[in-house]
Design a binder for this molecule. Sequence first.
Ligand code: DAT
Length: 173
Amino acid sequence: MRSAPNIIITGTPGVGKTTHSEILAERTGLRHLSVNQVVKDKECHEGWSDEYQSWIVDEDKLLDVIEDDVKAGGCIIDWHACDLFPRSWIDLVVVLRVDSKTLYDRLEARNYAESKLQENLDSEIMEVLLQEAREAFDEEIVVELTSNDSEEMESNIDRIESWIKQWKTDHAD
Ligand code: DAT
């Protein structure tokens, strides 16, 4: 039994996962669990992929490393994948979405190589992460929110914060 919910914030790189997670953690007291950081710090990987310009994640090791933390509850899991997490661990899955132009500008500002940028744009247009979330979890816990500007982000944060309060009330016993 958890005293606070576990939330996944997912989406294509650049949609705003980290920004949302950090603000939410600050406002709610939940912990920001940046999977990128854990993979790096705890070496949950099988080396670096030059092709993808990212770590090749050892999912079993990652799950082992975060299991106790996540089972205790109150984690905001920030990552661009969600289907590896056991369903029983997760209470809400937020899939952030952005318009192509906005995503292009954000990834360009990160100096992504053109091929990687295009791959991520395609993934966003094809709703890859949204489909993954809908296939991996019950539809009623999957929420799609847009994150094109700060107004939308503010509204998303308010909404998730209210949801957390309600979850805590509902699970007070
Ligand atoms: P992610 O963690 O999904 O890769 P991020 O949080 O690092 O994304 O955000 C990428 C960049 O976009 C960063 O400079 C902050 C900015 N950003 C994210 N969400 C935004 C929003 N809703 N409005 C304006 N800027 C946003």
